[in-house]
Design a protein around this ligand. Sequence first.
Ligand code: IVH
Length: 691
Amino acid sequence: MNRAEAKKRIDVLKKEINHHRYLYHVLDKIEISDGAHDSLKKELFDLENEFSDLATDDSPTQRVGGEALKKFEKVEHKERMLSLNDAFSDEDMNDWVKRLENYAKSEDFRLPQIEYFAEIKMDGLAISLLYKEGVLDRAITRGDGRVGEDVTAQIKTIDAIPLRLRETKKVDWKRNIEIRGEIYMKKSVFEKLNKSAKKSGGQVLSNPRNAAAGSIRQLDPKLTAARKLSFYAYDVKTDFGQKTHEESHEIAQALGVPVNPLAKRFDSVEKVLKYFHAFEGEAREKLDYLADGMVVHVNDNVLYKKFGSIGKAPRASLAMKWPAQEVTTVVESIGVQVGRTGALTPVARVTPVNVAGVVVSNVTLHNIDQIRRLDVREGDTVIVRRAGDVIPEIVRVLDRMRKKGAQEYDLPKECPVCGEHVKRKAAASKKGNSVAVFCPNKKCLAKQSRALKHFVSKKGFNIDGLSVKILDRFVEEGFIHDFASVFELEREKIAPLFGFGEISAENIVTEANDRKRVSLNQFFVALGIEHVGEETARDLAERVATSDAAQSHKPSFLLKYFDGKSEEDLSQWRDIGPVVAASIKKWFDDEDHQKLINRFDDVGVVLLMPDAHAGGDRFEGKTFVFTGELVEMSRDEAKKRIRALGGKATTSVSKKTDYVVAGDNPGSKFDKAQKLGVIILNEGEFIKLIS
Ligand code: IVH
């Protein structure tokens, strides 16, 4: 991105973020999740880092909180309610510790082994509770950190918050005491409320966080009471001489104020990280409240104070975020995948992003109805979501950020794999009736994944590293549209795909290139002509190799060769019956197959003629059958050796069989050979015979 482009993007991002901040902080409304909001901010932050002269004081990255609502009385906090710096990875966490160490060095104070205190970062609403003579006097929302709103009447409705502190010997509970913590709505409560709201036609709440914030902002405290909110304290601001953050938690508890029982002390960063990661995934889902990560503090209060704060966040605290389940990214293009049934599925190719711990670069759009519903267009900034093991999906388009002139998307008229005109048919789905678009071409490679697998298999071109899954993927991506395109794969296109990378891309391309020189018999096998297996392919190859046409090593010589042969000609050949002959003839008469053979010329496939009886003709006319497991060599290897010596390997024992080679655990062929009196060799005898 150049500077001009960056400036444009920064302006768009700022506008969007400010819009959502206003909704969120001032109006208590959410249009996008915190994760999505964070990722917009992250993009802005990164751009401002890269183009530092474009970072201005009014940027949302420089600001915390929002303005207070007018309907409640504004109150200034005695001590600012600070915010926290975020960490998104182990690396961020380790960097934080390094920063602490460097700071201690620069300020010249001795840093002992740091102890940490980690607690769940709940996703609710921050509140400051002021107690006088043990009685709840005032409750103030965070507001912009300096000035909040008096919501005492509302807070008094929350059972979890004591109206009178418990008397305790631990501290002087009659002093003016300030306790800070998080108001939240339990997920279970949220679901119950929504269930009955749906029944009675009442207001349906969008999520527990929004529900908690909305409930506190009700001018009528009775409405707040009906919402059954909860509360956990996370700090005691009053100085009782407590030495650690942990002790503040103990004091809160002693005073009858609930604290989250999952809060814990640790003696190393590694242990904190282990605890942090243990909650990712299922454990996090199981918590009965929304939480987006953990807050870690330097536990020692003397040390904590020494570290002070930088900007609006204390140095000695860190918010560690679990991977966001919703993030924003940009749709670079919309492509189409053709499945094995021929169905065309639109896919958004997005700028790769990490969603809940997985890098996502392709997001399915399911069908054209879904595209219309979301109105996704190329270039759009979108919110991508992935919860648990669910496949990623686009939740919505941030259409205010759309570039001018962005066109509505339409599926292509032609199949991207074979070029055939696509067809539409009505399809009923759970979400109502829709239109399915599919490729009607039976020969479309998208429907031929087995044929393609056979083509690259050991018996065919023997290209390692191309599993069915990878082949399907390449077909879907449009990299492979016929057999020949296997040799046109490009490293630059494969490497960026999810699950690949430079090295595996390089390996695949090199391997395919190395296999362009192929024996004529393997080539015949690879084509997948009906009734042409390894043996027939060998016979064919030997025949063809002796013809004049075989001077050329280009596959197209076969077209000339078979053009001049009738079905009868072919069936005259030893070992080739009329059925096989018809099948071969039919294959080479097919125009698509002729095109394919010419394509092999173009991509540089070279046919190697069989060196007829390279090893002599010691076994001319002899047939071998194998049973059981060989130890010294594979069965394929053994068969190769026999053929090289002019012999044949077949699969069933008859009177005509000359030798049966029996390895370990031989099967019924062994018994049959005994019955028919065929010579039976063990592996050692066989090896002697061929060497
Ligand atoms: S400690 C200096 N602990 O996260 C700030 N905050 O930016 C000290 N939050 O809106 C905050 N759970 O309300 C802390 N266990 C926890 C928390 C927590 C949620 C919220 C807090 C604030 C934001 C911090």
